[in-house]
Design a protein around this ligand. Structure first.
Ligand code: SAM
Length: 281
């Protein structure tokens, strides 16, 4: 199968670009498994980021009502039009996803949608964070990422993998590793193994919380892993020590705790407590 991809690319005069994270999948069974994960039906829309040679796009088009696929590399136009010749429910957008506003992306989706993508590794985290922070109509994200990133997304508190991005996920929903994918499954073969993670978005999770402010507190909590939460709050927010201690106590957290032991819910409570001690209530 990798051979036919190579043939298709060479016939179209395309050499793969490392800078765009072009490691393509060719295993049909694996592509089918990934395309199944969102659970999209014929009435649903799926957003794909980075269509490449269209292998995942085709598998998604068989299941969903419509697929909108972004691809930065216009050289892939002829490859994609051949691969998707029978799929009339696919709209391709040859643009850099990072330069497209969330409003434009979601306007194209026209309602609730699933994201499913084998992400370009050089912008995995910015893409995931952006959709976690700004997407309004997103139902779930099924993303192929490097193994190490997958472990961070789905980590448990107080483990080395648990970080600001894990809390970012848990503020909107929860993540689960669905498949481990050895590097040999890609063409060309990258340096590390990958995994498919599904992030389910829970509607109205922490409704009423100022999530932008909570994310600032999360960043402060993880700003120095060697320091206690109290010291990080003092350093980042310039809070007097007694106020930082008060906020930690009011949030129901242990004196001397570290940011990496807090759940997303703890961070929501802590944000509210910081606001209150600042207002001296
Ligand atoms: N979906 C294909 C597959 O599974 O075989 C290709 C996945 S490949 C890992 C990532 C794709 O994302 C590449 O085709 C690359 O050109 C594209 N890409 C890279 N940066 C992008 C960006 N900023 N916006 C849209 N697509 C991008």
């Amino acid at each position: 199968m990798a051979e036919s991809l190579k043939k298709l690319l060479s016939e179209s005069g395309v050499t793969l670009k490392k800078a765009y994270g072009q490691n393509f999948l060719t295993d049909i069974t694996l592509l089918d498994k990934i395309a199944e994960i969102p659970g999209a039906k014929k009435t649903d829309g799926v957003l794909e980021i980075g269509c490449g040679a269209g292998a995942l796009t085709s598998a998604l088009a068989l299941r969903a009502g419509k697929v909108v696929g972004y691809e930065i590399d216009e050289r892939l136009k002829p490859v994609l039009s051949r691969a998707l010749s029978g799929a009339d429910n696919v709209t391709l957008v040859f643009k850099d996803i990072m330069k497209e506003s969330m409003e434009s992306v979601e306007r194209r989706m026209g309602g609730e949608y699933f994201l499913c993508a084998n992400l370009p590794y050089y912008i995995t985290t910015p893409i995931i964070m952006r959709f976690l922070e700004d997407a309004v109509f997103l139902r779930s994200m099924t993303v192929m990422v490097q193994q190490e990133v997958a472990e961070r997304l789905a980590a448990k508190p107080a483990t080395p993998e648990y970080g600001a991005i894990t809390v970012g996920v848990n503020l909107r929903g929860s993540a689960k590793i669905m498949l481990n994918v050895p590097k040999e499954k890609f063409t060309p073969v990258p340096k590390v193994d990958s995994a498919v993670v599904k992030i389910e978005i829970e509607k109205n999770k922490f409704a009423g919380a100022d999530l932008k402010e909570v994310r600032n507190v999360v960043r402060a909590g993880f700003s120095s892993r060697r320091k206690t939460l109290e010291n990080n709050l003092i350093n980042i927010f310039k809070l007097p020590r007694e106020k930082a201690a008060q906020a930690i106590e009011r949030a129901g957290l242990k004196k001397g705790c570290r940011g990496e032991t807090l759940s997303a819910e703890d961070y929501v409570k802590l944000t509210e407590a910081i606001k209150n001690v600042r207002e001296d209530r």
